[in-house]
Write a protein that binds this ligand. Structure first.
Ligand SMILES: NC(=O)c1ccc[n+]([C@@H]2O[C@H](COP(=O)([O-])OP(=O)(O)OC[C@H]3O[C@@H](n4cnc5c(N)ncnc54)[C@H](OP(=O)(O)O)[C@@H]3O)[C@@H](O)[C@H]2O)c1
Length: 276
């Protein structure tokens, strides 16, 4: 069964590997993932204009709600006081559930962050979301958003994080450690997807062969080696779902981590937080 860990300090136990749903998920693949314990499901009102949330609703039908950790996101253009409440209601209706485990601002737009954070807090108070979070925010934005909160805190920042994009470890991950939050890695397999035949993936290909798992599982295991990190690969193919589930129980040793670090060095960021 897929490993779980607290979603931020004192948070609920959540599967370290989840399931992404952009642009559209496959319902049967989602179901297979849930059966394997990939119960952390990430979606957004943006994905397929709501269709992704509907497919999630179909996939989770019959699954006890408390076994799932459902995350959705409000678009920045809907992130004003009334818009957040309306967008959340619509997401809940499409997913056929009465609460989200975490509701995120998808990225920062022109609505003042104080207004969005206050609206998210009201949803948590009303029981429509168990927690609130953000996506694509760098530490400067995170501090501003955090300072705007009165009673709740930012439980996660969902960011682009994979072998080729490790600046997260220098910037957002330290913020998460200081603030008891989780980091959720989106596009964890990279864009383009990891290809074992490419020379730069030779180190993980060797580890994968030795461990009898896929290169993708090794790449995911590398990201989740930090106790604050979760990864949400999207897989429409059942064999991909199964390979990703294998990552949740794979613990890399120090030599394996060092080999991957040497091939994919960590860097400090110059410029904006990357989003694709
Ligand atoms: N917050 C944001 O702004 C943001 C932005 C982008 C994404 N996201 C979220 O993060 C999720 C994941 O990101 P992503 O979809 O961009 O990228 P990704 O999960 O890194 O890559 C998805 C691609 O990898 C393939 N794949 C998955 N598992 C595989 C495996 N074990 N072996 C080989 N190939 C595998 C999938 O193929 P198949 O589908 O054919 O199986 C698909 O083509 C999204 O679905 C979405 O929920 C959030």
């Amino acid at each position: 069964m897929v490993a779980s860990r607290p979603f931020g300090s004192g948070g609920p136990l959540v599967s370290v590997i989840g399931q992404g749903t952009w642009p559209l998920p496959d319902r049967d693949a989602l179901r297979r993932g849930i059966a394997l314990g990939l119960t952390h499901i990430d979606t957004a009102e943006m994905y397929g204009d709501g269709r992704s949330e509907e497919i999630v609703g179909e996939a989770i039908a019959g699954v006890p709600r408390e076994k799932l950790f459902l995350v959705s996101k409000v678009l920045p253009q809907n992130a004003d006081a009334k818009g957040v409440a309306r967008a959340c209601e619509q997401s809940l209706r499409r997913m056929r559930t009465d609460y989200l485990d975490c509701y995120l601002l998808h990225w920062r737009g022109s609505v003042p962050i104080e207004e969005t954070m206050a609206a998210l807090e009201r949803l948590v108070d009303a029981g429509k979301a168990r927690s609130l979070g953000v996506s694509n925010l760098d530490p400067w934005d995170l501090r501003e958003a955090g300072a705007a909160l009165r009673t709740h805190r930012i439980t996660c920042d969902q960011v682009l994080y994979n072998l080729e994009e490790r600046t997260i470890e220098e910037h957002e991950l330290p913020w998460a450690r200081e603030n008891g939050a989780a980091i959720v890695a989106y596009t964890p397999l990279g864009r383009p997807t990891i290809d074992a035949k490419k020379k730069r993936y030779a180190s993980i290909a060797q580890i994968a062969e030795r461990r009898g798992v896929s290169v993708q599982a090794v790449a995911l295991a590398f990201l989740i080696r930090d106790e604050r990190v979760f990864a949400i690969p999207k897989a429409s193919r059942i064999e991909h779902v199964e390979a990703n589930a294998a990552a949740a129980t794979l613990t890399l040793d120090d030599d394996e981590i060092a080999a991957i670090e040497a091939a994919h060095p960590r860097r400090r960021r110059v410029g904006a937080l990357p989003t694709n």
